[in-house]
Ligand binder design. Structure first.
Ligand SMILES: NC(=O)c1ccc[n+]([C@@H]2O[C@H](COP(=O)([O-])OP(=O)(O)OC[C@H]3O[C@@H](n4cnc5c(N)ncnc54)[C@H](OP(=O)(O)O)[C@@H]3O)[C@@H](O)[C@H]2O)c1
Length: 271
C-alpha cells in the first residue's frame, strides 16, 4: 500500500517504536491517528506532525478501541493502515511467572491487537482494502529462557496475524508481522515484571526505534507477511535462508481443502 495520502492508526504512539513509526508515516504523507494512554505525549507529537491527531486510548478496553476507530472515521472517512504496536514485556523465568501478569500482558499483546483488527475491518472492507501491521518480537522466533511468558504472547499474535492474512485476503486486507529485536526505547524500563539482562554474555546492541519504523513502512509498502528489522528491512519465509526463518517452521500455507468455522475455506492460492 502507498503511504502517501493514507490514513493510519498507530497504537502505542506515545513512545519508542510507535512514536518513530508515526513520525515516519507522517513524513511520507500519511495522516496519522496517534493512540496511547499518555495524552500529553501524543498531543505534543500530534502538534509536530501535519495531519496528525491524538486520541487517548487504552487498547485493553474494547470500548476505547471502538472510539479510536470511530474518531478516525469521523475525521477522515476511512482507515487505510492499522499499526498494532502497543505492548509490554514480561521477562521472568517460568518458575516466577504469575498468572495475573501473564493474563494482563496477553490482554495487551494479543487480545487488544485482535480487537483493533476486528474494529477496523468493516471500514477496510467497505473501502476495498487496507493494511494491518502487527508488531511482534524476534523473541517469538527462537527460544529465550527467561522470556517465555512474553514470547508466548507474541507467538500467539503471530498465529492470529497469519490466520487473519488468509481470512481477510478476499477483502483486499493485508496482515503483516514485524519482528523487532532489542530496541532502544522505554520498553525495558516498563516491563510488567522481571528485568532484561541485555542479552547475557552476547550483549545485544539495541536498534534505534527508527530502524523498526522503517521495517513497518516496508511491511506496509510491500505487504510482505513476515518482516525482520534491517538495515535494510527484509522479509523472511518458512524454511528460508535467514537465521530467523526457522521460527516460522509451521507451514505458512493453510491446510489444503480446509473449511473452518463459519465455512471459511482455504483459498486455492493464498498468495
Ligand atoms: N523495545 C524492544 O526491545 C522491543 C523488542 C521487540 C518487540 N518490541 C515490541 O514493540 C512494541 C513497542 O514497544 P517499544 O519498544 O516502543 O516500548 P515502549 O517505549 O515502552 O512503548 C510502549 C507503548 O505501548 C503503549 N501502551 C502500553 N500499554 C498500553 C495500553 N493499555 N493502551 C494503549 N497503549 C499502551 C505505551 O503508551 P502509554 O503508556 O502512553 O499508553 C507506549 O506508547 C511492543 O509491542 C513491544 O512488545 C519491543
Amino acid at each position: 500500500m502507498e503511504i502517501d495520502g493514507a490514513v493510519a492508526i498507530v497504537t502505542g504512539a506515545s513512545s519508542g517504536i510507535g512514536a518513530a513509526t508515526a513520525r515516519l508515516l507522517a513524513e511520507r504523507g500519511a495522516r496519522v491517528v496517534l493512540a496511547a494512554r499518555r495524552m500529553e505525549r501524543i498531543e505534543a507529537l500530534a502538534a509536530e506532525l501535519p495531519g496528525a491527531v491524538a486520541v487517548r486510548t487504552d487498547v485493553t478496553d474494547p470500548a476505547q478501541i471502538g472510539r479510536m476507530v470511530t474518531r478516525c472515521l469521523e475525521l477522515h472517512g476511512r482507515v487505510d493502515i492499522l499499526v498494532n504496536n502497543a505492548g509490554q514485556g514480561l521477562h521472568v523465568p517460568l518458575t516466577e511467572l504469575r498468572a495475573d501478569d501473564l493474563r494482563a500482558v496477553f490482554e495487551l499483546n494479543v487480545v487488544a491487537p485482535l480487537t483493533a483488527m476486528q474494529a477496523v475491518l468493516p471500514a477496510m472492507r467497505a473501502q476495498g482494502g487496507g493494511t494491518m501491521v502487527n508488531v511482534s518480537s524476534a523473541t517469538s522466533l527462537r527460544l529465550f529462557p527467561g522470556l517465555g511468558g512474553y514470547s508466548a504472547t507474541k507467538a500467539a499474535l503471530n498465529l492470529l496475524s497469519q490466520v487473519g492474512r488468509i481470512e481477510f485476503a478476499d477483502s483486499g486486507v493485508t496482515v503483516s508481522v514485524v519482528y523487532p529485536s532489542v530496541t532502544a526505547t522505554e520498553f525495558h524500563q516498563s516491563l510488567r515484571a522481571g528485568s532484561f539482562a541485555g542479552g547475557g554474555a552476547r550483549r545485544l546492541p539495541a536498534d534505534p526505534p527508527e530502524l523498526v519504523a522503517a521495517a513497518i513502512a516496508f511491511a506496509i509498502e510491500t505487504g510482505e507477511a513476515h518482516v525482520m528489522v534491517g538495515p535494510p528491512p527484509r522479509s523472511i519465509v518458512p524454511g528460508g535462508d535467514d537465521p530467523w526463518s526457522g521460527g516460522l517452521a509451521r507451514p505458512l500455507a493453510p491446510t489444503p481443502g480446509w473449511v473452518g468455522g463459519h465455512g471459511v475455506a482455504t483459498p486455492a492460492d493464498p498468495g
